[in-house]
Structures are given as C-alpha cells and as structure tokens.
Design a protein around this ligand. Structure first.
Ligand code: UDP
Ligand code: MN
Length: 351
C-alpha cells in the first residue's frame, strides 16, 4: 500500500522535474536528440520554438516535424559506387538519399534556386524542351528563377510555369565563334550573381541548354560548391582526362594531378561560391586570351582547374548530366538530365 506521505513526495518531485524540463527547453536550443518514442496514449509534444535553431545556413539542417521515413543504415546501401570523395564530400547517386526527407528539410528554408541557361543563335531551338522538362523535374515545389540569356528574345517559347517559378530573359550579343559564346557564360554569370548577392542564402545552377530533364533533380544536389562528373570520363584514369596540358595556360593540370573530370555543362552551389568560381574562370580565360592561348575545352578546362584547387563540397554522379547517345552503364539507375544528340555543323556558328 502506498502511503500518503510517499505519494506526495512523488508528486512534488514530478512537478519539480516538469518545471526544470520546461526551463531547460526554453533557455537552450536543441542540444540532444529529440525523444522519438511516443506511446499511443501520449500525444507527441509540439515542438517548442526553442527546439529549433533558427540559423538557416547551409550546414544547419532541421528535421521536419514528426515526418515518418525509412530508418537510415550505415551498413546497408549501395556497394557498386563510391559515395564520398577522399575530401569527404558526398557523391550523389540514386538510392543514397531520401528525397522526401531532404525536401522536408530544405523547403522551410525558403530558398530560391536560380538556374542560368544560354540559348544563343541556333541553340534557341533547344530551349522549349529544356524549360518544359525543368517544370516536371527540376526543384519541383521550390521557388525557381530561370534566367535565359539569348540574342533572340522574340523566339523564347511560352512555357506554362507553376506558381513560384519564373522566367527572366536577358539579352546577350551573338558571336561568330561557339567557343566565345560558351566561355563568355562565366562573365555573364559573374555579373548576374553580383546583382543577386544580397540574397546570398540562395543557390544557383548553370546548365547547358542542349539538354533535357528525365528524372528528379532536387534538394539532394544542394551544396556550397557543386560539380557534376562528366559521363564520358568517370571510369577513366586521370591521365586520359582532357584537361589543359600546356603549362602556359592558367587552366593547366599536370599529369598525375586532378580528381575527376567535371562537366562545364552543369555546376552550381551557393551564390557566393559560384561567384568566386565564375570570376576566377573568367579572369584566367581572359588573361590566357591576352597571351593568345585558349584552353583545350575553354571554360570547362578552367572550371576543372578551379574545382581541383577548390574542392567541391558536393559531387553529383553522371546521372546529373548523361548523354543521350551513350548507352547506360549498370551503375546508372536513373538519368536525371541528359544532353540531346545534335548536329554540330547545323547549329554552331563555326566549325
Ligand atoms: N551555346 C549557345 N550557342 C552556341 C554555342 C553554345 O547558346 O552557338 C551555349 C549553350 O547553352 C550550350 C553551351 O553554350 O548548351 C555549351 O555548348 P555545347 O552544348 O555546344 O557544348 P557541348 O555540350 O557539345 O560540349
Ligand atoms: Mn551541351
């Protein structure tokens, strides 16, 4: 039998503990994992504002409130591909992330995803499919601003966009050399970001127009500096990468150096990171030009040199820029974005 004295003692202790718990929750942000076990007869505690650290930077990820999702594992997962670089950046492949969880983390951050795409000269013909498929697959449910750079503003197609998504058209001069059109993108991206920088929590992706989306490209790709491994070289030895090999170029990478061969057709990250990249590549490209040297693959070569020195914080697998003419390798479980087959002679202003 419980006597009255001990019952009172128990009740008083419970009351004190309750008050202490409340004070603790109110005065600190969450410092220990939240209690997840909620027996049926107890309603889950509503999250106190003090539970959530309001910092909205890149590294602080807040769990969506009570979202049910599959238990993660550290012993089971993909074994056919490498999912982390030697400098500990994730390499994104299908099957290693939970899209629902990631969207639940990133949507409340109220970020805008900027995408740039150049459609100069005949390349305007690719824009319609690019924009239509971006509606279906690229950051669906997020605020997305797509900047189209073109010399043919009247030919920009009308594509219905979901709410929160916008298209901006910017006029750029045409050029007689495709190399210049391709390389000048860095300068125009640099200038665009300088205007956008006050919103420096936002992200940007710079994409080739001669490509279409076929699968999700979303919040799993967000990172400080994001690079895509080139579908043509990711199984090769680095001695075979088409890096710039002349030491006189500012894009030079010596034999035995370099990590991966990255695409010039897709890269991104936080505005300030991509600004630094674009500014550096533009500067080096122009300084080379003054000495009459053009790197093997123009801005792609400069990007590869930049990403070798300034390691990307997230690397995207070739799922994020495949090529339509290439048969799928077994490790490619999904193609998210892919370059269309094109007739260079027909569309480029020069051979
Ligand atoms: N580009 C353009 N007009 C041109 C040449 C290139 O708008 O005449 C832009 C376009 O966005 C294109 C990108 O530059 O996707 C890179 O060129 P391209 O796709 O031809 O290079 P590849 O992917 O074949 O290496
Ligand atoms: Mn391309």
């Amino acid at each position: 039998m419980i006597n009255v004295k001990s019952l009172t003692a128990v009740l008083v202790s419970a009351l004190i503990l309750g008050v202490l718990y409340l004070c603790n929750s109110l005065s600190y942000s969450r410092t220990s994992p939240q209690q997840n076990i909620t027996p049926n007869n107890i309603t889950p505690k509503n999250r106190l504002s003090a539970d959530v650290n309001a910092m909205s930077n890149e590294v602080h990820l807040v769990a969506p409130d009570h979202l049910q999702y599959e238990q993660p594992s550290i012993v089971q997962g993909r074994t056919d591909v490498v999912t982390v670089t030697p400098w500990m950046a994730p390499i994104v492949w299908e099957g290693i992330f939970n899209p629902v969880l990631l969207d639940g983390i990133y949507k409340p951050k109220n970020i805008t995803i900027i995408a740039t795409v150049f459609a100069v000269g005949n390349y305007i013909r690719f824009l319609k499919k690019f924009l239509e498929t971006a509606e279906q697959h690229f950051f669906v449910g997020f605020k997305v601003h797509i900047y189209v750079f073109t010399d043919r503003p009247n030919e920009v197609p009308q594509v219905t966009m979901a709410s929160g998504r916008q298209l901006m058209v910017r006029l750029v001069p045409s050029s007689k050399r495709w190399q210049e059109i391709s390389a000048r993108r860095m300068e125009l991206i640099q200038i665009l970001i300088e205007e956008q920088l006050p919103n420096n929590r936002n992200y940007i992706f710079c994409l080739d127009v001669d490509s279409e989306f076929h699968g999700r490209w979303g919040s799993e790709s967000l990172g400080g500096l994001v690079a895509v491994t080139h579908p043509g070289y990711y199984r090769d030895a680095r001695s075979n990468f088409p890096y710039e090999r002349r030491p006189s170029s500012r894009a030079y990478i010596a034999p035995g150096e370099g990590d991966f061969y990255y695409c010039g057709g897709a890269f991104g990250g936080l505005l300030q990171e991509v600004h630094q990249l674009a500014k550096t590549c533009r500067h080096n490209f122009e300084a080379d030009a003054k000495e009459d040297i053009e790197a093997a693959w123009q801005e792609e070569s400069h990007l590869n040199r930049y990403m070798w020195i300034n390691k990307p914080s997230k690397v995207l697998s070739p799922e994020y820029l495949w090529q339509d003419f290439k048969p799928r390798n077994p490790e490619i479980h999904i193609v998210r974005f892919s370059g269309v087959v094109k007739n260079y002679a027909e569309i480029r202003p020069n051979p």
